[in-house]
Design a protein around this ligand. Structure first.
Ligand SMILES: Nc1ncnc2c1ncn2[C@@H]1O[C@H](COP(=O)(O)OP(=O)(O)O)[C@@H](O)[C@H]1O
Ligand SMILES: [Mg+2]
Length: 676
């Protein structure tokens, strides 16, 4: 039993399944001993208990076996776990190795990739920097330069330089291009504006010129009738004080202080006036007044001095009237002349066969009446432009010179006669006898208009190349307007009785018209009268071929080198061999030396206040045939002023600037300008 228990205990403590089996087999063997009855009965119970304990499913051996099996299984499992763990370890080691390798390979790859990436990044960076630089340069060169050039051009354009342009490159299709195109549009607009401005300025300037220079007075008034603008002719036309500016004043007040106020009529020119009116003043003054209302109130006033126009119209009417009278006079004179000549021939026949001496007185009276009638007829024919004229080319200077004596004896004491010949010869085509009679007639009229003492001047001038005028001016009573208008009418006379036939001026008028000229009167009461006879200048110089003075000698005295050169070449063109002298002394010395001289041309005012007259005098004394021309920028009022001792002879006075034409006319009219 003990052994069985030991076996049980041994089994319980067995370390392995073999030990358990061993103990079991030992127990079984012992238990079989028990079965064989070797064991005392007292102990049988305990053995059965021990057997219960030992066998069965829950018996010790089985439990121990199961426990050991489980231990074994656990150990196996542990082992397997361990082996698996080692496997896993190995695997993980190899995996880690692989992974390491792969990683290292990847690392290598990554490193090279990074290296490449670095290079790429670097290259990209460099590229980017280069691009940035290029862009910067592009911006600097293209954008900035273009913008600068455009903005500069804009500034120049804004400052008024319209010639400014952009380079004529094709504009790109970018913002710069848009800017350039904008600039061109801007410039085109600026130019168009300029043109418009210029047009406006021109128009303004034109309006201003018209406003400033129009001979009519223009005034603009506001709705209250105050002057807001006037032109210079306003004050002139209305004879206002030119130093006063009427702007701001009421037009009514201004007009009341003007020449219009002298008019007696009851005029009322204020803002209520509209349309046209005219005011007549003394001495034929006529002022026309027009006012147009402005849409916004106020008005534009126009004051026109129509005096001259009216005079011209009056003159035209006068001419028409005289022409009409001329026709009648011509017809009457013609028929009356025939009657007179028939009476005259019959009177002559009766006179031949007269028997009674007493009839002599009757015949004498008849002859007188016939002479008066014939003279009347002749004068009427002259007025009617129907007298027989024998025109020829005459130099007016010569004609007047020859008439002076006759005029002088016809004038009353106290009346002085002055003549003022024209420069150079003054050729006209006229009947010399009738012209003399016309001038004489004018002088007689002038003489009659002078009460006790006064002056009559007969002058000749050429206002232009084509006209030559001879005028008779007196300091007599003058004529009023009505007389002036009718003075040329036949039989119009203000002189009473025998003194006036009213045919003098009528004859003069008819003669002048018949000669292709005209007669005009300019007169002022109390001041005097000027009657002017104007002729077309006769073209004599061009008809006669010019003589070239070949081989002739001339002395030219001139202190100004330029004038000297120019005058010398004019003289040389005429064929003269010229000796120049720049001083009076030099010229005098030359005159002393030479034996012959054809022409002396001397400046009148030489240096040091000396004049050319002593030279003229010496030349005149030494060379009787020498022609003398005195040239001056300031002609003396009268010929030979300052050298009265000179004889009247061949001296021509020529005004500077000297010209070939003036020289030619001075050379041709050798006697022109001769005057005492
Ligand atoms: N020089 C003059 N000065 C003033 N009145 C003049 C002058 N010449 C002419 N008249 C005026 O013209 C009028 C006409 O002149 P005219 O035909 O010569 O006739 P008459 O001398 O016979 O009167 C004169 O009566 C005179 O009133
Ligand atoms: Mg007369």
């Amino acid at each position: 039993m003990q052994a069985m228990a030991n076996e049980l205990v041994g089994a319980a403590h067995a370390e392995n399944l073999l030990g358990v089996g061993e103990h079991r087999r030992n127990f079984q063997r012992l238990s079989r001993l028990f079965d064989e009855g070797a064991v005392e009965l007292s102990k049988a119970r305990e053995v059965v208990d021990m057997m219960d304990l030992a066998y069965g499913r829950e018996g010790l051996f089985e439990s121990r076996r199961r426990e050991l099996s489980k231990q074994l299984a656990a150990q196996n499992a542990l082992f397997r776990i361990r082996s698996n763990a080692s496997l896993i370890n190995n695997l993980s080691g190899s995996f880690a190795g692989n992974a390491e390798r792969i990683l290292s390979a990847e690392r290598d790859k990554t490193t090279s990739a990074i290296g490449f990436a670095k290079i790429v990044i670097l290259a990209t960076g460099v590229g980017a920097v280069l691009i940035a630089l290029a862009s910067a340069m592009f911006v600097a060169r293209y954008v900035t330069a273009n913008i600068t050039s455009i903005s500069n051009a804009m500034m120049r354009l804004a400052q008024g330089d319209r010639a400014t342009r952009l380079p004529q490159k094709l504009a790109a299709n970018d913002e710069i291009g848009i800017l350039q195109r904008s600039f061109r549009v801007f410039r085109a607009n600026a130019l168009r504006l300029d043109r418009m401005n210029q047009r406006l300025n021109r128009q303004n300037a034109l309006f201003e010129r018209v406003f400033l220079n129009i001979t009519d007075g223009v005034a603009i008034t506001d709705p209250e009738g105050r002057l807001t603008a006037v032109n210079p002719s306003f004050s002139k036309t209305l004879r206002l004080d030119p130093s006063l500016n009427p702007v701001g004043a009421e037009i009514q007040v201004v007009l009341r202080s003007s020449i219009l106020a002298e008019n007696k009529s009851n005029w009322r020119f204020d803002e209520s006036f509209a349309g046209f009116s005219e005011i007549h003043g003394d001495n034929g003054l006529v002022i026309e007044i027009r006012r147009n209302a402005l849409p916004e109130g106020g008005g534009v006033w126009l004051f026109s001095d129509a005096t001259e126009r009216r005079q011209v119209q009056d003159r035209l009417r006068q001419i028409q009237h005289i022409e009409g009278l001329g026709k009648v006079a011509g017809e009457v004179a013609h028929d009356f002349g025939n009657i007179l000549s028939s009476i005259a021939s019959n009177v002559h026949l009766v006179e031949q066969s007269r028997t009674n001496a007493q009839t002599d007185t009757y015949f004498y009276r008849m002859r007188n009446a016939l002479e008066i009638g014939t003279s009347l007829v002749q004068r009427l024919l002259a007025f009617a432009k129907k007298q027989a004229l024998m025109p020829e080319v005459i130099d007016l200077n010569e004609l007047i010179a020859g008439l002076i004596d006759l005029i002088e004896v016809s004038l009353k004491d106290g009346v002085a006669l002055e003549t003022q010949p024209g420069v150079g010869p003054n050729y006209v085509l006229a009947d010399p006898g009738q012209l003399e009679s016309a001038i004489l007639n004018l002088c007689l009229n002038a003489d009659q208009s002078i009460k006790s003492a006064g002056r009559i001047r007969v002058s000749i001038r050429r206002p232009d190349k084509s006209t030559t005028v001879v005028s008779v001016t007196d300091t007599g009573s003058g004529m009023d307007k009505a007389t002036q208008l009718r003075a040329f009418e036949p039989f119009f006379s203000t002189r009473s009785g025998e003194n006036g036939t009213g045919l003098g001026l009528a004859m003069v008028y008819g003669f002048m018209k018949q000669s292709g000229g005209d007669a005009a009167i300019c007169s002022k009461c109390g001041i005097g009268t000027k009657v002017s006879l104007s002729f077309p200048t006769a073209q004599v110089a061009s008809e006669t071929p010019r003589e070239i003075a070949s081989g002739q000698t001339a002395l030219l005295v001139e202190d100004d080198p330029d004038t000297m050169r120019q005058t010398a070449s004019c003289l040389e063109n005429e064929g003269f061999s010229v000796t120049p002298a720049s001083t009076l002394e030099g010229a005098m010395t030359h005159l002393d030396k030479i034996e012959h001289l054809d022409l002396l041309v001397t400046d009148l005012n030489l240096d040091d206040g000396k004049t050319g007259w002593p030279l003229v005098k010496q030349c005149e004394d030494k060379f009787a045939d020498c022609q003398i021309i005195v040239v001056s920028g300031r002609l003396p009022e009268r010929f030979f002023d300052g050298c009265e001792q000179l004889k009247a002879r061949t001296v021509a006075l020529v005004e500077k600037p000297f010209s070939q034409e003036k020289l030619e006319s001075a050379l041709q009219g050798r006697r022109c300008g001769a005057c005492a």
